[in-house]
Design a binder for this molecule. Structure first.
Ligand code: GTR
Length: 417
């Protein structure tokens, strides 16, 4: 009997997935006609033509839409944090770098959440260095082979027993530490599950649980989801970096891949300490325009990953045409700080063209500041990065972070950070 029920449930789930997959469009000729919401016209119809109008009228409107309807409101309450240096490894990367591992203990003694930051600092430097702030997916120990890197505190709760991607060094191809350090940059990285496990059943272990009025089941319309919590955590890393002598905290770049690209954009939109915001293939509800309904769409993302967003966001599932805002407006909020959007040719799920177009249209606000957006509305060719104040590249290959991506980010940061 039990087997039959399981089989039936399995068949229904598979049918649902198949039905949803069928609704995923990856054919450019089937992109619906749409009008892109105006960046420079306010809700009351006022045309925005100065930086002052932008900053006082339009930018706050855009930020409130995204916080009330998409990612949820970031609580203002201050959560106490204690930083404890766990280890200092001066001879990392063949003596080129220092690895400092810092335990962040959030909360009060009766209820805490732990996270470990790995700070990679170049040993050769003349003064404080700029830093990339970026989460890793599978633990600090997955970004390089060094045996001395600790596993994340949340490790045993989130790791599936047979998941080899959690092995030491397993994700090192995404983190060319030599390249970053040789270019004179530090890297501050943390496992994103430490801040908020990417599993709604573990919401009790996330930093969200430390705030007063914590709601385990996320019933409030505007309550922040996991992306909001991850973005909050990126800002807490920035708080710490402001106290580190070797880091120039006026030169921080926040970078994220995929779901972490979404979090990096949301963090960059809210926290002006991030001077460069880099979205690596962030796709749906990241850099890509939702109204194109190409690749991952709102029905899919809110049913699979509803807990990333506030409950209000579901009202737009299958109703992209009803969205009063789109992602180009969120990207524009980052101006006049620097913005880099990148795509991978084979990553249709993330809609490379939609990512490019959002970055292109965000340029309107950069121009208001006298800066340069992407000049051409036609996507550049593969491996032809465009580095204006807004930057974009598309590379060959799949959804991933590669040395090519990093080399482009480093070139861009050398110029603008
Ligand atoms: C996918 C999800 C995307 C993207 C990606 C990732 O399954 O549909 O929105 O975030 O995961 O984070 O790797």
């Amino acid at each position: 009997m039990r087997t039959i029920v399981c089989l039936l449930v399995g068949a229904v789930c598979a049918a649902n997935v198949a039905a949803q997959t069928a609704r995923i469009n990856q054919d450019e000729s089937k992109v619906p006609e749409f009008t892109l919401p105006e960046i420079l016209v306010s809700e009351s119809g006022q045309r925005i033509s100065t930086v002052e109008e932008w900053e006082t009228v339009r930018k706050p409107e855009i930020l409130s839409f995204f916080s009330e309807n998409v990612y949820g409101e970031t609580p203002k309450e201050r959560i106490p944090v204690k930083w404890t240096v766990l280890s200092e490894i001066g001879d990392a990367l063949d003596g080129k770098a220092t690895f400092r591992q810092v335990l962040f203990t959030f909360g009060n003694p009766d209820r805490t959440v732990d996270a470990i930051l790995l700070l990679v600092i170049p040993n050769k430097k003349e003064g404080p260095v700029p830093a990339f702030v970026s989460y890793n997916f599978n633990g600090n120990h997955s970004i390089c082979d060094d045996q001395r890197i600790y596993y994340p505190p949340i490790f045993h709760k989130v790791k599936a027993p047979d998941d080899i991607s959690w092995e030491r060094g397993n994700q090192k191809s995404r983190w060319n530490l030599d390249m970053i350090v040789d270019a004179g940059y530090a890297l501050a990285t943390m496992c994103y599950h430490d801040i908020c496990p990417d599993n709604p059943a573990l919401r009790d272990c996330s930093i969200a649980s430390l705030f007063s009025g914590f709601n385990r089941n996320m019933q409030d319309y505007n309550e922040w989801g996991a992306i909001g919590a991850w973005a909050w955590g990126l800002s807490r890393i920035a708080d710490y970096l402001e106290t580190v002598d070797e880091i120039d905290a006026s030169r921080l770049a926040v970078m994220g891949h995929s779901r972490q690209g979404k979090a990096a954009i949301w963090a960059g939109a809210q926290d002006e300490r991030f001077k460069v915001v880099i979205s690596n293939e962030s796709g749906c509800t990241g850099a890509a325009l939702s109204k194109r309904v190409f690749g991952e769409n709102l029905s899919w993302i809110t049913s699979r990953f509803g807990y990333w967003f506030c409950p209000a966001y579901r009202q737009y599932a299958d109703r992209e045409e009803a969205l009063p805002y789109d992602q180009h407006q969120l990207l524009a909020v980052i101006a006049p700080r620097h913005l880099y959007v990148s795509s991978a040719e084979e990553d249709k799920w993330s809609d490379p063209k939609g990512e490019f177009l959002a970055a292109y249209h965000a340029g309107e606000v950069y121009e208001l500041y006298g800066l340069k957006g992407l000049a051409d509305s036609v996507m550049p060719e593969i491996h032809h990065p465009v580095h204006c104040d807004v930057a974009y590249h598309v590379r060959a290959g799949k959804h991933d972070v590669t040395d090519y991506d990093w080399s482009c980010y480093l070139d861009y940061c050398d110029k603008y950070l």
